[in-house]
Design a protein around this ligand. Structure first.
Ligand code: FMN
Length: 172
């Protein structure tokens, strides 16, 4: 049994790394991601230091966060490495450059966030990257977030995913 299973299911995103101008682009799946602060809009995610994503973030110190309901794409980019595979070509990923940073974004994602690395914390096999959100866009969204929230996959761990099924608002 793994301790971290107690913290799943959790949202799963696709991290974009590299530089669009240099045609150096990669994507990986990530479920160990969290918002961190609001005054400085910041989020953090755990990236195994063996991943190609880690190499690209070390090089450019920027990354993107892409939220999509495309679970097949999540699985594909989460089970192959950019070290050996050009994921954009092989999986035919439609990309666009960031508006503020030169990070790759996934076109038609529900949300895209462009982040600049402001802190890196090394813990065991992982680098925890904290990024300041320099720009973000989301569609089908209101003050409570995604309207069609139940379509977003949650990662239960390993090969298992789940979906949330109902919402509840507390009266004021
Ligand atoms: C659903 C899912 C969630 C994942 N979450 C993480 C994560 O939070 N951190 C991480 O380092 N790897 C995570 N991975 C593994 C990477 O996505 C995977 O090893 C990928 O092949 C790395 O790609 P890269 O070498 O091109 O960077 C996850 C994989 C899947 C399928």
């Amino acid at each position: 049994m793994k301790f971290y299973r107690t913290l799943h299911p959790r949202p799963v995103v696709i991290i974009g790394s590299g530089k669009v101008k240099n045609n150096e682009i990669n994507f990986m799946a990530c479920s160990w991601i969290t918002p961190i602060a609001e005054d400085i809009p910041a989020l953090g995610f755990a990236c195994d230091k063996e991943h190609f994503t880690h190499k690209l973030i070390q090089k450019y110190k920027e990354f993107s966060v892409n939220i999509t309901e495309d679970i097949d794409l999540i699985w594909k980019v989460g089970t192959t490495s950019g070290e050996n595979v050009n994921k954009v070509e092989v999986f035919d990923i439609k990309i666009k450059p960031g508006k503020v940073l030169n990070v790759p974004l996934i076109e038609n994602a529900l949300a895209n966030l462009e982040c600049k690395v402001i802190k890196e914390i090394e813990v065991g096999e992982v680098m925890f990257y904290i990024g300041e959100v320099k720009h973000w866009e989301a569609s089908d969204f209101d003050e409570y977030g995604y309207k069609e929230f139940w379509r977003l996959p949650l990662h239960k761990g390993g090969k298992a995913f789940t979906f949330s099924s109902k919402k509840l608002y507390f009266p004021k």
